[in-house]
Design a protein around this ligand. Structure first.
Ligand code: NDP
Length: 396
């Protein structure tokens, strides 16, 4: 039996992961399931899959979790330290699907026992890519991509020499507001930005898709994970979300990965790797689909893409600051404190602020490993700075 843990089990990726695991209960021993505030779901799944332990990230949720698990024999725990302790429990395979930078420390910790980390939490690579990968190498652990675009690139590279790659193209649906006129974007509400045309995802990533911050994060993720140069990574708008990525080789060939918009494909690939196994996802009928559309991204409409390129060029702690400012901007947008387009303005202002005031910290050599404490410190400072700057945007 394979020992598995799922961090962020109550979320969109977590639930898709449990769907796959739950279809073959005889094949898996579930070690830890973690969640946040959705304690009812967490306890339900822990009981159904007979987990060793269920952990909520929030101490205030512990009494409710204990009550929901009463009589089951399943351990209950809460808080950041408890998440780390759950990550210390040896597994063969761990899913990292907590949303945001909160997923970094548990994911890093789980690498210590040398298993496989299936990484949905792109923030880990954006915030601390070199640290995560060096920690994996140190402990003989394997990191596998779960983001559909990166899983697609990973699959297109099987059996290939990465030195022959000229470019990588990751596709973007354009998100909920792709057909809106640019002039109207300033008026977009949280509800407008939360309705993804193709993917059924968590609310935060859906809004990030509409602002293209999700794609911006994925550009940085591609650079960190595969080691491509920033000028080798392109974005292509593809409204149908069926071609997830393309890899261009030095003989002119483009290898495209085509598949349904169902995250269980990329999760299942990471779960079964290096084998392929049957997955309960739709089989595409391309004749019926008939047409696939592609367009160049509009960098004026989506300034997040340009910011990502600056972040990749600068290196150092720029990715940490970018992610922290982006998460804060998203919180402020959801709370109705800033507008849709203010999110990119705010992230840009925070980055400029750090680039001007702390050039050495935000202009590092690529792949320099920055310790976790420094990373978390800058993450916190960037969040505070973003909240300080935000009122200036709405005032002006
Ligand atoms: P969701 O918001 O649906 O779920 C997030 C999960 O993290 C939930 O289990 C939530 O708990 C938990 N969580 C949130 N904050 C904390 C915290 N502070 N401490 C502990 N647990 C916490 O997110 P998604 O599943 O959409 O995304 C998860 C990750 O996967 C993200 O990094 C995202 O970028 C990435 N990803 C997602 C894709 C998708 O299709 N959704 C596609 C590719 C990547 P609770 O809900 O109980 O509060």
């Amino acid at each position: 039996m394979r020992r598995v843990s799922v961090f962020g089990a109550t979320g969109s990726i977590g639930q898709s992961t449990l769907d796959l695991i739950g279809r073959a209960p005889e094949a898996y021993h579930v070690v830890a399931l973690t969640g946040g505030r959705n304690v009812k779901k967490l306890a339900e799944d822990a009981r159904r899959l007979n987990a060793e332990i269920a952990v909520t990230g929030y101490e205030a949720c512990l009494p409710a979790l204990k009550e929901a698990l009463a009589g089951s024999g399943i351990e209950a725990a809460a808080g950041e330290q408890a998440l780390l302790e759950a990550a210390d429990r040896p597994t063969d395979w761990t899913m990292s699907a907590i949303f945001g930078a909160a997923g970094l420390a548990p994911g890093l910790r789980s690498l210590r026992h040398g298993g496989t980390l299936a990484l949905a939490n792109k923030e880990s690579l954006v915030t601390a890519g070199p640290l995560l990968l060096s920690e994996a190498a140190k402990h003989g652990a394997k990191v596998l991509p779960v983001d559909s675009e990166h899983s697609a690139v990973f699959q297109a590279l099987v059996g290939e020499d990465i030195a022959h790659v000229e470019r990588v193209i990751i596709t973007a649906s354009g998100g909920a507001l792709r057909s809106w006129p640019k002039e109207k974007l300033a008026t977009a509400t949280v509800a407008d930005a939360s309705a993804h045309p193709n993917w059924d995802m968590g609310q935060r990533i859906t809004i990030d898709s509409a602002s293209m911050f999700n794609k911006a994060m994925e550009l940085i993720e591609a650079k960190e994970f595969f080691g491509f140069r920033p000028d080798q990574i392109e974005v292509l708008v593809h409204p149908q979300s069926l071609v997830h990525a393309l890899v261009g080789f030095n003989d002119g060939a483009l290898m495209a990965h085509v598949g349904p918009s169902d995250m269980r494909h990329a999760i299942g690939y990471a779960l079964n790797w290096p084998e392929r196994a049957h997955l309960p996802v739709e089989r595409l009928d391309l004749a019926k689909i008939g047409q696939l559309d592609f367009a160049a991204p509009d960098f004026e409409r989506w300034p997040a893409l340009t910011l990502a390129h600056h972040v990749m060029e600068r290196g150092g702690l720029s990715g940490t600051i970018f992610n922290a400012a982006k998460e804060t901007a998203l919180d402020l947008f959801i709370a109705g404190e800033i507008g849709f387009q203010d999110m990119a303005r705010l992230v840009e202002r925070v980055l400029q602020n750090f680039w001007a005031e702390e050039p050495s910290a935000t202009n590092g050599h690529n792949n320099a490993v920055i310790p976790l404490e420094n990373t978390l410190e800058y993450d916190q400072i960037a969040r505070i700075r973003a909240r300080e700057i935000a009122p200036e945007l709405t005032a002006g």
